[in-house]
Write a protein that binds this ligand. Structure first.
Ligand code: ADP
Ligand code: MG
Length: 238
């Protein structure tokens, strides 16, 4: 089963053509990393997949369904941003439950999902705290927990570690890898960090200037980069 597929997806902002004929797919359970330099269109691509931006042309399918006109909340996805984007006026529990309450999930379902996600991310002791009372790493774990409780078909991560210091970045990277193993869901993960891409991905999509440059496993890209750009970017011999 294909979790996500994009066919000839383009996105322009006025005269600025940002995404150019994007073709890619994510299979169920796959961890796919979009990697590329700053400004190449990674966030725009995620936002188009999430429905936060409308594609200018092309087709986006999630679990086989065309979702081009489906609102974000109905796409079966959950997104984790670089900036955490927690609600400052809600405590951790409130941040984790807001979307579930909007979906009118039963109380016992909400309680069970919060307990499970809090255990997975070591947040059990922090449920009554407010974002301002948490460290950067804890806030990012809350953002991830908030995505998990929604039990999405597809997780989208946009540079979730880039605001963390090096040690925390490595810890959180391992945590995300463990989560993927535990949850078994499909994940799309955006980064400009080659190490993250090479260590997390089943499959890497290399983007450059709004185009897909190459798609392959980390080993494929390392051993057989299609050009110097891919080789240089992933640290392989050119
Ligand atoms: P990345 O995430 O890879 O750093 P982005 O997707 O944020 O790149 O941006 C890609 C390009 O699209 C940049 O040139 C950026 O200025 C442009 N862009 C992104 N969002 C908008 C917007 N809302 N309006 C106009 N241009 C935008
Ligand atoms: Mg970005």
């Amino acid at each position: 089963m294909t979790a996500l597929s994009l066919s000839s997806v383009n996105k322009s902002f006025g005269d600025v053509h940002v995404l150019k004929d994007i073709e890619l797919s994510v299979e169920e359970g796959e961890f796919v990393v979009f990697v590329g330099p700053s400004g190449c269109g990674k966030s725009t691509l995620l936002r188009v997949i999430a429905g936060l931006e409308e594609a200018s042309s092309g087709e986006i399918r999630i679990a086989g369904e065309v979702v081009n006109t489906t609102p974000p909340a109905k796409r079966g996805i959950a997104m984790v941003f670089q900036s955490y984007a927690l609600y400052p006026h809600l405590n951790v529990r409130g941040n984790m439950t807001l979307a579930l309450k909007q979906e009118r999930q039963p109380r016992d379902v909400i309680a069970a999902r919060v307990a499970k996600a809090a255990a997975m991310l070591n947040l059990e002791d922090y449920l009554d705290r407010y974002p301002s009372e948490l460290s950067g790493g804890q806030r990012q774990r809350v953002a991830i927990a908030r995505a998990i409780v929604r039990e999405p078909k597809l997780f989208l991560f946009d540079e979730p570690l880039s605001n963390l210091d090096a040690a925390l970045r490595m810890n959180t990277r391992l945590e995300i890898a463990n989560l993927h193993r535990a949850l078994g869901g499909s994940m799309v993960y955006v980064t400009h960090d080659q190490t993250e891409a090479m260590t997390l991905a089943d499959k890497i999509v290399v983007l450059r200037d709004g185009r897909v440059e190459q798609i392959g496993s980390p080993m494929d890209l390392y051993n057989e980069p299609v050009n110097r750009f891919v080789a240089g970017f992933l640290g392989a011999p050119a």
